[in-house]
Design a protein around this ligand. Structure first.
Ligand code: ATP
Ligand code: MG
Length: 943
């Protein structure tokens, strides 16, 4: 039986048993922070099992795309493990239980109409205390006791070892079904989980029967196909063997099951298939989380190729075969084949470029280990090499093995965790039902959302939750006093939009008889809407009727930003290509952030063209409509669908058009929108930047905020042009010249050389008329030169100009005072006893020159005390003091001398007895400070 046929048979068998066929969830469920990848079929039903969502059905069946990176080391070594695989499953949410689950599993496996496996090839396991399951298998099904084995809680309980080790919450025994072909090892193909307990605390008596019991089963598609097709490993089934063969061909070797290259080709097959699915869902190889897993998988596969002898990208060439084999079930893969292959090729090329350098580093570390007589590669060293040079730990490990050295994976994982780069070993996730929201969900299931049609409505308070988790609790009644932390209100229906799909939650008021509640945010928890805020006055009780009123000014601004986001997405795809897909977005009041796929930065010219397109779409005054329709119909109408996104069916489709180019924007979206594009008003992109490899981010404004931005940009450019006395279009040129002038003045000042009168480049100064887009590009360029945001350009230019001015003044002062010398300073010296005292300003002297002068004076005079001061601009004074040896012996100290002088200048400092340096911030007090200097040294010498 072909694999595609098996998949279909399973789903239709359970349909005949009253199950609803549900689509696979995505491989990377962003909605579920507890896992990186979907590890099992049950993952998408977690809330169903807990009764947190309103159930449209109580029986479901799926074929789920799964990924288990915890099995990575088994791949290629055991016949039965993959990282990416498909899991068939049937689920009961408080409906049927053990008896039916076991009967149907047996019927499907053995009945000739379905799989028709000979009963004697099957054996089962049960949990040691689950006599009920054993009895069903033996007495009702007729499995001989010799083929029923009893297992411990670490093998046959879900979660593993839950009874003794926890966690608390829903759990239950399992029963596994094994298939044994003649002459082969027994193969686990199916696991039936009977969730029948709530674990509370430690044993004994900690397993309480659940009132509503669930069934969760998982059958490995590839393993079962291998049994049916009578092949020795999953990799030899009809949908995988062609990929293995394609890999062999690309690598130029013959595939043999039992050779080292055979294992390598199977790993390559597995990893390239896993990466194809992940990249298809827009998870690119990267530094963290899922992205890091993809990177590691890719690198392991490249390494296998490297060891086979390849030196150029090859995995990308296998992608088309993967797509061909999987497209029957996942036709959407065909739409991204090129992009996926491109991303994989790039990462492969990067890695090939580092492998050889990595090899050298690794050899070095082996040398060190040999010297120190160590036999295990330190995981921290490996993590360091990975992070500094990109040396992959896999390469390290396999080379270490060749030298008979061990590799400390635990240390490596630990070090990576410390760096925040977990590879994420994945197991089933834990479910628990706790907290006041969860208990509300059990009773009420959902809040009706009215906000597409109205912004004000009357509603009933279902729950009031006060306090912070884990001490939060439901209260029947609340008074305005005593609640500093925000309180959460759940209503039966609401016009408030709960944050989702990137759009922020609404704010507003809930008003009732004698009370008023300020809503500062609205969030969704499952299908309940939670209004977060403060009771301003009166008493609010559960069951009260409230008038819920959204702040419509803010809501309108959000609608503008959201509709503009769709227009932006549309324009991006037109200008950059269809790959410019949404990766994430955030929509706030007249502000939006949009992340999308694109390998290189979007040029200022492209940004200008994109802005112009959106602006014309706004000017077109196109109608904005939304409707709810079947997913298939939306797809037919060309709705933009994101891979890696699981859509409900039916879906809500938001359409705008026809737009300026005659095309329409159609997106599946739950957000609140305008009714006509012209309501967007103005649209302005304020930044474009990279967020991660292959992902760019645009931030834009709408409505008044955008208008304001236009005015500010124009004003800023005009102001800058005036400051620089040049035409607006010449601003970047003038900024470059100004920066050059600043650099050369700085150099002059610190070298003590003379000022040159070389004039800067003269720019013609007539004004010119730039279009707004040109003005913006010009200002952005100036900002880039100055490393500041475009709107901060005038301020930065102003401060640069004044810096240049003051440096020029300083140089002029220095030149006017004539050259500085020790002899000249001696002319103004005074005598205190036998000591020559020089206290003087040395205008424009750099610090090294001041020190030189002090040294020269100490060489010339037997007993001398010198304190020199130099201003730097209008804000700073540098003081340096030095004294001769005899004074030091007389306990005079330069460090102590300089202190009160610096203090007079509003500064501080100090130093050694022979030489000290200090700074001050009030140059205008310099004459006074010099008097303090004279007085202080006199006192010190006289003392
Ligand atoms: P094993 O002990 O063989 O790793 P498991 O106990 O981890 O299997 P379950 O978590 O019970 O497996 O998953 C349910 C079914 O999914 C298994 O019976 C098997 O058929 C399939 N399966 C699990 N892990 C993998 C994998 N890495 N590759 C392919 N199929 C798998
Ligand atoms: Mg396993």
């Amino acid at each position: 039986m072909k694999t595609d046929e098996l998949r279909e048979k399973y789903l239709s068998f359970f349909e005949t048993k009253g199950h609803t066929r549900v689509a696979s969830d995505v491989l990377v469920p962003t909605w579920d922070p507890s896992v990186l990848f979907t590890p099992a079929g049950m993952n998408q039903f977690k809330d169903h099992f807990l009764g947190k969502v309103k159930l449209d059905f109580t029986r479901a069946t799926t074929c789920q795309k799964c990924m288990r990176t915890g099995d990575i080391d088994n791949v290629g070594r055991t016949p039965r493990h993959h990282t990416f695989f498909e899991m068939l499953g049937n689920f009961s949410f408080g409906d049927y239980f053990k008896d039916e689950a076991i009967h149907w599993a047996w019927e499907f496996l053995t009945d000739k109409k379905w799989l028709g496996l000979p009963p004697e090839t099957l054996s089962v396991t049960v949990y040691k205390d689950d006599q009920q399951a054993a009895d069903i298998w033996h007495e009702k099904i007729g499995v001989p006791t010799s083929r029923i084995s009893y297992e411990e809680e670490d093998e046959n309980f879900w979660p593993a070892s839950a009874p003794s080790q926890g966690p608390d919450g829903v759990c239950g025994p399992c029963s596994e079904i094994y298939y044994t072909a003649p002459g082969r090892e027994a193969l686990e193909i199916w696991n039936l989980v009977f969730t029948q307990f709530n674990r509370v605390g430690d044993p004994p008596d900690n397993l309480r029967p659940l009132p509503s019991k669930n069934i969760d089963t998982g059958m490995g598609l590839e393993r079962t196909a291998a049994a049916l097709q009578d092949v020795e490993t999953n990799f030899h089934i009809d949908i995988l063997m062609p990929i293995v063969q394609a890999a062999a061909e690309v690598c130029g070797v013959k595939y043999e099951y039992h050779s080292e290259n055979g294992r390598r080709l199977r790993r390559i097959t597995d990893h390239v298939r896993a990466c194809t699915f992940a990249v298809h869902e827009n998870v690119y190889p990267g530094a963290n989380k899922e992205k890091y897993v993809v990177k590691r998988l890719l690198r392991r596969a490249v390494l296998d190729g490297h060891q086979i002898g390849l030196r150029d990208p090859f995995l990308c060439k296998i992608v088309p075969t993967v797509v061909e084999m999987m497209a029957g079930t996942y036709p959407e893969l065909k739409e991204t084949t090129e992009r996926v292959a491109g991303v994989i090729e790039k990462e492969e090329a990067n890695f090939f470029a580092t492998i050889d350098g990595g090899l050298n580093r690794i050899e070095q570390s082996f040398d060190e280990m040999r010297k120190e007589n160590r036999t295990t590669v330190d995981g921290h060293v490996a993590a360091d090499l990975y992070q500094t040079f990109g040396v992959p730990p896999e390469l390290f490990e396999s080379l270490a093995a060749e030298h008979n050295l061990a590799f400390d994976w635990d240390g490596y994982e630990q070090a990576m965790l410390e760096h925040g780069e977990a590879s994420g070993k994945l197991t089933h996730t834990v479910m628990g039902s706790k907290g006041p929201i969860d208990s509300l969900k059990q009773v009420h299931h959902k809040t009706d959302f009215l906000g597409y049609d109205v912004t004000e409505a009357s509603a009933t308070v279902l729950g009031i939750i006060a306090g912070k988790a884990p001490n939060d609790h439901l209260c029947d009644k609340m008074e305005e006093i005593g609640h500093e932390d925000p309180v959460r209100i759940v209503l039966d229906k609401t016009p408030f939009y709960g944050e989702s799909g990137g759009q922020v939650g609404d704010v507003g008021k809930l008003m009732g008889a004698g009370f008023e509640f300020d809503v500062i945010d609205t969030q969704k928890d499952g299908e309940l809407f939670v209004h977060i805020g403060h009771l301003k006055s009166g008493v609010m009780s559960e069951g009260d009727t409230v008038q819920a009123a959204v702040d419509t000014g803010r809501r309108d601004a959000i609608r503008r930003a959201h509709s503009a986001t769709h227009l932006l997405h549309h324009a991006l795809r037109k200008h950059l290509g269809d790959h410019a897909q949404q990766q994430g977005s955030k929509v706030e009041a007249d502000w939006l952030r949009f992340d999308f796929t694109n390998l290189s930065p979007v040029t200022p010219e492209q940004l200008a063209a994109i802005t112009e397109d959106v602006t014309s779409d706004v000017a077109t005054a196109a109608e904005v409509k939304w409707e709810t329709l079947p997913l298939a119909e939306a797809r037919k109408q060309g709705a933009m669908m994101l891979f890696g996104e699981k859509y409900p069916d039916p879906v809500r489709m938001v359409s705008m058009g026809p737009l300026s180019a005659g095309t329409n924007s159609r997106e599946l979206c739950g957000g609140t929108h305008l009714t006509n594009t012209k309501q967007v008003g103005a649209f302005e992109i304020i930044s474009e930047e990279g967020v991660s490899a292959g992902t760019r981010r645009i931030v834009a404004l709408t409505g008044q905020r955008a208008e304001q931005q236009v005015v500010e940009t124009t004003t800023a450019l005009d102001k800058t042009a005036k400051l620089l006395s040049c035409a607006a279009s010449q601003v970047p040129e003038a900024v470059t010249a100004l920066l050059a002038e600043q650099r050369s003045l700085k150099k002059l000042l610190s070298s003590g050389g003379a000022a040159s009168d070389e004039p800067g480049p003269k720019l013609s100064s007539p004004t010119d008329q730039l279009s707004y887009q040109q003005a913006k590009i010009t200002l952005t360029e100036a900002g880039r030169l100055l490393s500041v945001a475009p709107l901060a350009v005038p301020e930065r230019v102003e401060s640069l100009l004044s810096e240049v001015e003051s440096m020029k003044r300083q140089l002029a002062e220095r030149d006017a005072a004539g050259p500085l010398s020790a002899d000249k300073l001696l002319e103004s010296a005074t005598k205190i006893g036998a000591t020559t005292v020089v206290v003087a300003e040395t205008p424009g002297a750099p610090q090294n020159l001041m020190r030189q002068l002090i040294d020269q004076l100490r060489a010339k005079e037997d007993s001398v005390a010198v304190l020199l001061a130099a201003r730097e601009g209008d804000e700073k004074v540098t003081l340096i003091a030095g004294i001769s040896k005899d004074l030091q012996q007389a306990k005079v100290s330069a460090g102590k001398w300089i202190g009160p002088v610096a203090k007079t200048l509003g500064g501080g400092g100090g130093g050694r007895p022979d030489m000290a340096q200090a700074g001050g911030k009030q140059p205008e007090k310099l004459p006074e400070a010099l008097e303090v200097a004279l007085k202080t040294i006199k006192e010190m010498i006289d003392a």
